[in-house]
Design a protein around this ligand. Sequence first.
Ligand code: FE2
Length: 271
Amino acid sequence: MRLLFIGDVVGKAGRAVVLAELPKLRAAYALDFVVVNGENAAGGFGITEAICDDLLNAGADCVTLGNHAFDQREALVFIERQPRLIRPANYPKGTPGRGANLIESASGARVLVVNLLGRVFLDALDDPFATIERELAACPLGTACDAAVIDFHAEATSEKQAFAWFVDGRASLVVGTHTHVPTADARILPGGAAYMSDAGMTGDYDSVIGMEKDEPVRRFTTRLPTSRFEPASGPATLCGVAVETNAQGLAVKVAPVRIGGALAPARPDFW
Ligand code: FE2
């Protein structure tokens, strides 16, 4: 299968590059399954139903979230009727929505998508390692699903790497999100999990992690908030990772993807 994961879409600029580029990518690369992290899609904070629908209509099969999952309060309601919107699986019991789902691709393949939050420098949620153990036991790769994509939304690279080693051999792709900067370590681990510490954000990099620079610089230099954080609105870079899997659902190829905006372009050379 040909999988594409697109990192944290930030604000209108991020949405615009996804809406412009994803339909072309789907067609050009004959993609089987696309996952988009949309937790910053609505003005940098959370997601609305209309924006979620836009991302799905542009070619996403599934939208994942993170620590900003419910910043737009309507997400607490519409996530219940949107099986393709996945929030972190290690939120407390009773949190609306699903932390994992088995989603059928257009070609009929069954793809398990799991979203988890790390616990280093983030809220102390349930153990993501114990949570993924449970999810993978319920839906083993190669038998119950044809591919397994895990979006590990976390701050610390150490936690992301430890998590990837923990699930290697049992997932097609483990990709980090949340730091909004792409890492240069896309590779396939010995057990067959494609891994990238962070996919990077899909947004305007002429910014501080997607936000207009002035207010973050002011807060770092004066400690005083003077205005709201606003998403940067210049040309965005679509950032992500492309993966090809074999019949067992394990990765055989992986490459970073960067299209448009301020970052050097990158596209997979194997498709
Ligand atoms: Fe985040």
